[in-house]
Design a protein around this ligand. Sequence first.
Ligand code: FCB
Length: 449
Amino acid sequence: MKKFFPRKKKILLIGVIIFVILFCTCFSNLSINSYKYNKPVGHEESTEEFLKFPDGFLWGAATASYQVEGGNKYSSWWEFEQEKGRIKNGDRTDVCVDHYNLYEEDFDLLKEMELNSYRFSLEWGRIEPEKGVFDDTEIVHYKNVLQALKERNITPMVTLWHHSIPTWFAEEGGWENKDSIKYFSAYVQYVAENLGDDTELWLTMNEPTAYISSGYLMGKWPPGEADIKKVPVLQKNLVKAHKVAFEIIHKYDSDAEVGIAEYSSYVVSDSNKNVIENIVAYSIDKSWTHYFVSRVKDELDYIGVHYYYRQKIRLGLLGDLISKDAEDFEETGLDREYYPRGLYEVLMRFDKYDLPIYITEIGVQDYHEVSRDVFIKEHAKEVYYAIQNGVDVRGFHYWALLDSFEWSEGYDAKFGLIAVDLDTLERTIKDESWEYAEIAKCNCVSTGN
Ligand code: FCB
């Protein structure tokens, strides 16, 4: 015995056995948890004729400054869109849909559609075109925008940073730079000092995960890189930036409610029968979709949820472990599946933070398999069911108010409730948008056709 198992080997053997036991325990826990996570919560259908929403529910539409204003020449996207091959059809935003000048007309149309809320963003590069130099005329512009909303009794929701950063900031490495938090704080402080009295609902940032994946993993957005090594530092700095901004806004605006808007597709295992698929789906959702919210949950007054589609995870061929669903599905544009129930499931998942939720984006493109009226109605029903199941959902912001510049997709991807003729800038409310007006007016959704 002694000959075959000397002391060192015995220790090694015991080590291996302990490792195997620990590994099996962790693996079985993970597989049980991921199985539970991937199992849809589901709900019964109501037999009521009208599904009524809580009083004060916000029915709104959203935009982002760079996508609608035009002429944002001090922003990172400005340089980027001039590089050949970056934007579909070589589209540019010199004039864009000129929301910068036509916002009052746009708000009249928003009002005509009975909507009571508008989510928009401030263009950091306009407000601070050079490091430390703030342009008072631009902050006055945004003050006027907020005033125009107030006059129309429309509740604003203001995003401080929605994907485009000032050129000077990009040149200093953007969110990779450890000073980024200091720079962002100075900007937020200036904004809060000047606009703190004009809005209560704030979002510090839009979809930090999408920003990282599109700009630093897929290279589709500025800075156009594919460098996974940069992800941890970006995540770390963005978490800090949110926390600091949260404190600053509260200092200047005691009534403020500050949130973060996150890209929240319904990530789920294809069949919930394959352990690896379950674990992969569970891990992606926990460590990516919920990354930011889970880290800043103590510095959040609410969560901004963006729901566009279900992302099914399944095993593909070798080397293709996480394969996108290639089955038949009704598409809403940009290869996204129409799956309203996914919104309900996503809301149930976010309920664990015990915070109010606003849907800050949800939308469908023109010319796809689902019409906008059906899309909105079916998703609104799912919100109703989530509320019935105890989730504190307070608003629904359709993306987008206007057809606009859809980042690297240019003007082809039209999500708007309102069509814009890019030559004349003439605006027209699309026929399919009137269903949304009905919902907003009655603060309810009819279950009939
Ligand atoms: C979201 C972005 C928004 C727009 C829509 C279609 O992920 O926040 O700017 O691009 O998608």
